[in-house]
Design a protein around this ligand. Structure first.
Ligand code: DAH
Length: 340
């Protein structure tokens, strides 16, 4: 029987040594030490032994059992340790790998231009006011001296919601709203940025675009104040070497009215393809606020006067960056946007 125990020990020890994982070790435990295990069988057969043999075999069997338990335990620790190391190695962070680049965003060119325009006028003491994009016919037209059947409405044929409500066709209604709200207070120095809507769609017109309206009401405001303000704006926006010129024009809400041009930055006035060989680029409409508009709001045109102007933000962006198709500004093509 002692011989049998030695055999069991040697056999089990060999198996424990070569076990590769925890399930394999468990199988070995069951096979030798389990309820029906080989060692357990031996112990059960001890009843047949003589009184002298029994303690000897019992002692030996216990030693074998303790020894195998210990072997299994130490092998278990070893396997667990190996598995942990293996897992760590698989999950390891390789700090020498090149990093993944995070795409950096930036502001849309129109937002940049809008911020720039606002910054320039804030610097000159103007305040920023906004008006609604869904506007009453009254503020969009009537209060600006554009009566119902006035032909000037044709130029701004628009999106009507009801006969009296439309998507505003320009930011000028903010003039009418502000005058009405502030009368008789002066001075009023305001710019009104925002979206406007017209039934227009080609390379240089979009059904939605942005304008910045500007207006100043005070005592004794003259055309020279308008020209000085716009020159300061044009030079900060396009460069200190630029000039502006005023060409006579017509708007129902200003008198006199003007189209304002800035000298061409490509040819400096000599004439080139960019400026259609005129030396000048149109940037906005402007004029002295019509006495009728002041009157409608409640101001006394004998006591106060003012100037106003309105510029298209997309147009300013196109001129500043040399963009020849307005639609590029709305297509969100990253190859285009990343250039700004
Ligand atoms: N509202 C005009 C337009 O959208 C632009 C404009 C012209 C605004 C002259 C003004 C102005 O304030 O004085 O075509």
């Amino acid at each position: 029987m002692l011989e049998q125990l030695r055999k069991i020990q040697a056999e089990a020890e060999e198996m424990i040594k070569t076990a590769i994982d925890l399930p394999a070790l468990n199988e070995i435990r069951v096979r030798y030490l389990g309820k029906k295990g080989e060692l357990t069988q031996v112990l059960r057969g001890m009843g047949r032994l003589s009184a002298e043999e029994r303690p000897l075999v019992g002692k030996q069997a216990n030693e074998v059992r303790d020894y195998l338990e210990e072997q299994i335990q130490s092998k278990t620790r070893q396997i667990k340790e190996q598995e942990k190391t293996k897992k760590l190695r698989e999950e390891a962070l390789d700090v020498t790998l090149p990093g993944r680049r995070i795409g950096l965003g930036r502001r849309h060119p129109l937002t940049q231009i809008m911020d720039e325009i606002q910054g320039i006028f804030l610097g000159m003491g103007f305040e920023i006011v906004e008006g609604p994009e869904v506007e009453l016919d009254y503020y969009n037209f009537e209060a600006l001296n554009i009566p119902k059947d006035h032909p000037a409405r044709d130029m701004q044929d628009s999106f009507y919601i009801t006969p009296e409500i439309l998507l505003r066709t320009h930011t000028s209604p903010v003039q009418a709203r502000t005058y009405e709200a502030r009368v008789p207070e002066v001075p009023v120095r305001i710019i009104a940025p925002g979206k406007v809507y017209r039934r227009d769609d080609d390379a240089t017109h979009s059904p939605m675009f942005q304008q910045v309206e500007g207006f100043l009401i005070d005592r004794q405001v003259s055309l020279a104040d308008l020209k000085g303000t716009l020159l300061a704006f044009a030079r900060q926006m396009f460069g200190q070497d630029r000039e502006i010129r005023l060409r006579p024009s017509f708007f129902p809400f200003t008198e006199p009215s003007a189209e304002v041009d800035v000298s061409c930055g490509m040819c400096h006035g000599a004439g080139c393809r960019t400026c259609s060989y005129t030396g000048w680029l149109e940037i906005l409409g402007a004029g002295m606020v019509h006495p009728r508009v002041l009157e409608i709001a409640g101001y006394d045109p004998e006591k106060v006067s003012g100037f106003a102007f309105g510029m298209g933000v997309e147009r300013i962006a196109m001129l500043k960056y040399g963009i020849d198709d307005m639609r590029l500004l709305f297509e969100n093509d990253l190859r285009f946007l990343q250039q700004f």
